[in-house]
Design a protein around this ligand. Structure first.
Ligand code: ADP
Ligand code: ZN
Ligand code: ZN
Length: 750
């Protein structure tokens, strides 16, 4: 198997001198194409000589398999279910350092040991006597012997295992120079060697006594989960924000460890904060390993290798890709914030969902899966309601904190009456002012980054667009540039309109940057911070923003959806949702689900021990039922409406969806290829096919896009469906005009 986006496996011959080392699961170095070399994985050894000429493998890189059979089985499932090629899965699964032959270098330090000949006590005494006049060396040697063997009286101690020391330790203790140590090595009295040192968590001993006892409601939920696991493989814990789900997880993890099993704890990338790591580390110490994309490649390689070793971490806390790590005695998978869309990989392939993948992984390992959320995705809700999953509900917040009180503000009306102050209604401003006077904190949620989502010529209506994508550009004032949020391309800000020459170019709408500007104008004394993609490019920036807010070094935090994730602040009395409509008006069948989830999660940040929080929800459409459902935290009502609609319009969870994408630089070509493929698919799938259509953003990175949606009722043979889809794709490729069209599938798209 090679990490290339081509279908199938590749055949190479094993030269006789490597035959003894060849084994399924080991990595090899192989030539590929004209002059490339790849790191591949041996999948199968066989004697069926193909009809074409095969090349030799150049090198075998490992002394044993670096993937387990269970992983290979899971890879196969991912490739098949998500319609990806094996190389894509390998690419996603293996950390970079395992896909190159030489970039991974373990970190080492130099250690010093006694030369083997001197392990005989008499030889040692002779050697020491030769140092009579080399004072520095003799002193160093004596110090060395004391450190490693306890003294120079070697006869009694040679049998004992010497203590391993580093060169630095020796130099520090003996107060000698590196030259002295080198001289002793040259005299063949000492030898040096490199020892691998881990970059991994040395989190200290576990402290199970740090587990917090559960309160009554939590204990009841815990018992119900345990009971449910005797009947179901997957259980959904439906717990409101701050009900203490994490504490319940900690108890479940501890129990799994007692039974000698491993635990995988998945969180969305963004929620993997210091807060959660510290909570787990306090209890599980060095039995906890952490795995996510902001970790260096070397760290990820080391975790991978440790998981293969006889001494793996018992608990892995990680983001999506941690589901692809090796485990050998997995007993429990926890997926917290299971509704989060970042659990699905969007681009590139494999477009896998970590939730479904984890359920497959757990099933094969005989492990249980616990999904946790206050606002589940529609599929999970449905599965829990119909009994496919176990269902446990926890409605009480810890410490009897109340859910916040939400007030809806009609900003359409206020705008008409000219009563809005920028993006703020008078009510939101007065609540913010009150909070600041009481030394409390405020969170403002605006799901658009940048200064203004677009700029516009007030004379002729011209709007600058990206040259590579079919989207308007976002104005970033701090950088004084226009940026395409789809391809990242940047442009300078025009001074005059290229259409009419007018100088009156103005920003329209509010991005987080402009909200921040406005807040600083209105509350000059407040300490304001902003959390969005632009201010959190590094791991440290993100964690600093959070720790500053936690420690009340910031009064007002403005942010995109990032601020809603797994954070636990206790001085936030006001949350402002500046504009609910931008989420609701999104042209996608999941828009309401995502909007509800986001608003409920952001609202959940409000409130503190002993005082009810306030949420101000600003919208132009206060009459929408979803707004009322957010206000009343009416989860049941919301999902009842949602599912009714989904069933009516044939969407998940009642139907499976596969999206078909076609891309090409030339709009006419992609258009006719899509029409042709549409006709073909319709001849097999009839009215299950919608489209082809232009998606909302119909051109990205110079590629024109067409999209079809296939809706498949439950019970259809998925293998057959996939076969037809591949057949459709291959038929299109047979037409010479379309051979450069990119065609791919997105299974269960979000
Ligand atoms: P959730 O994961 O449901 O949002 P958390 O587990 O983060 O909730 O709990 C919210 C807050 O309440 C945290 O600060 C947590 O430490 C505290 N808490 C929850 N349960 C307990 C408990 N049993 N004992 C002590 N503190 C608790
Ligand atoms: Zn103009
Ligand atoms: Zn672009």
């Amino acid at each position: 198997m090679l990490p290339v986006p081509l279908d199938g496996l590749f055949t190479y011959s094993v030269p006789p001198e490597l035959a003894g080392k060849a084994e399924r699961g080991r990595r090899v170095l192989v030539p590929f194409g004209r002059n490339k070399t790849y790191v591949g994985l041996i999948m199968k050894l066989h004697d069926d000589k193909p009809s074409f000429a095969v090349k030799d493998i150049q090198l075998i890189l490992d002394d044993g398999p670096i993937v387990t059979e269970a992983q290979l089985k899971l890879w196969k499932w991912i490739a098949s279910y998500y319609m990806a090629v094996p190389g894509d899965v390998m690419q996603a699964a293996l950390p970079g350092g395992l896909k190159t032959a030489n970039t991974y270098k373990p970190k080492t330090e130099t250690c010093i040991a006694l030369a083997p000949e001197l392990k005989n006590g008499r030889n040692l005494q002779v050697a020491l006597s030769m140092l009579a006049r080399a004072v520095e060396q003799r002193k160093t040697m004596e110090c060395f012997l004391k450190m490693t063997l306890g003294g120079t009286d070697i006869d009694s101690s040679v049998q004992a295992k010497p203590v391993e020391i580093t060169r630095d330790e020796l130099m520090n203790t003996a107060h000698c120079t590196a030259a002295t140590v080198r001289n002793l090595i040259n005299r063949k009295m000492l030898v040096s060697y490199e020892r691998e040192v881990g970059r991994l968590n040395n989190g200290g001993k576990p402290h199970i006594e740090n587990i917090k006892p559960l309160n009554e409601a939590q204990q009841e939920a815990y018992n119900k989960i345990e009971q449910s696991f005797t009947k179901k493989d997957v259980v959904f814990l439906h717990g409101v924000t701050s009900s203490g789900k994490t504490e319940i997880y900690i108890h479940l993890i501890s129990k799994a460890l007692d039974e000698g099993r491993q635990v995988l704890y998945l969180l969305p990338e963004i929620a993997l904060t210091v807060q959660i790591r510290q909570r787990l580390q306090k209890v599980f110490g060095n039995r906890l390993g952490i795995y996510h994309s902001k970790y260096s490649d070397a760290e990820r390689v080391e975790i991978w290798k440790k998981q293969l070793s006889s001494n793996p971490y018992d608990v892995i806390l990680g983001a999506r890709s941690a589901v692809l790590l090796p485990f050998n005695r997995l007993g429990l998978v926890i997926i917290d914030e299971e509704h989060e869309t970042s659990f699905k990989q969007q681009d590139p392939a494999p477009r896998y969902h970590a939730r479904s993948t984890a359920i497959m992984l757990a099933h094969a390992a005989g492990a249980k899966v616990l999904l946790g959320s206050a606002t589940p995705c529609a599929e999970t809700w449905h599965n829990a309601q119909t009994g496919k999953y176990g269902y446990v509900r926890l409605d009480k917040r810890y410490g009897n904190m109340q859910l916040p009180e939400t007030t809806v503000v009609d900003i359409k009306d206020l705008t008409r009456r000219k009563m809005m102050n920028g993006p703020f209604s008078p009510l939101l401003l007065s609540e913010m002012r009150k909070a600041l006077e009481n030394k409390e904190q405020v969170i403002l949620f605006q799901n658009r980054r940048g200064f203004a989502p677009m700029i516009e010529c007030r004379e002729c209506g011209w709007v600058p667009k990206c040259e590579s994508c079919d989207v308007s550009l976002t104005y970033h004032k701090n950088l004084s540039q226009l940026t395409c949020h789809y391809c990242g391309r940047t442009y300078s800000v025009p001074e005059v309109c290229p259409c009419c020459g007018s100088h009156d170019l103005r920003g329209r709408g509010y991005g987080t940057e402009k909200v921040e500007d406005k807040v600083m104008q209105l509350f000059p004394e407040a300490r304001v911070a902003r959390m969005d993609l632009d201010t959190t490019r590094t791991r440290n920036a993100y964690e600093r923003l959070i720790s500053d807010f936690s420690a009340h070094r910031t009064d007002i935090l403005i942010g995109t959806q990032m601020i809603s994730k797994g954070l636990d602040f206790d001085r936030v009395s006001v949350v402002g949702i500046l504009n609910a409509d931008s989420m609701l008006n999104y042209p996608d069948f999941r828009a309401y689900e995502h909007a509800f989830t986001m608003m409920a999660q952001v609202s959940g940040r409000a409130g503190r021990k002993g005082k009810r929080g306030t949420v101000i929800l600003q919208t132009k459409s206060p009459e929408l039922p979803v707004i009322t459902q957010v206000v009343n935290n009416d989860v049941d009502g919301f999902y009842a409406d949602l599912l009714e609609e989904r069933q009516l319009f044939r969407y998940p969870p009642f139907y499976h969806i596969i999206s078909v994408y076609l891309k090409h630089k030339d709009n006419a070509i992609v258009n006719s290829a899509a029409e042709a493929m549409g006709d073909l698919l319709r001849s097999w799938f009839s009215d299950r096919v919608l489209g082809p259509d232009k998606p909302a953003v119909a051109k990205v990175k110079t590629m024109n896009i067409r999209k079809m949606v296939i809706k498949l009722e439950n019970g259809l043979d998925r293998t057959k469906v996939r076969q037809y889809l591949y057949m459709g794709k291959n038929t299109i490729f047979q037409d010479k005009r379309y051979k450069n069209v990119q065609i791919y599938f997105d299974v269960d798209p979000l």
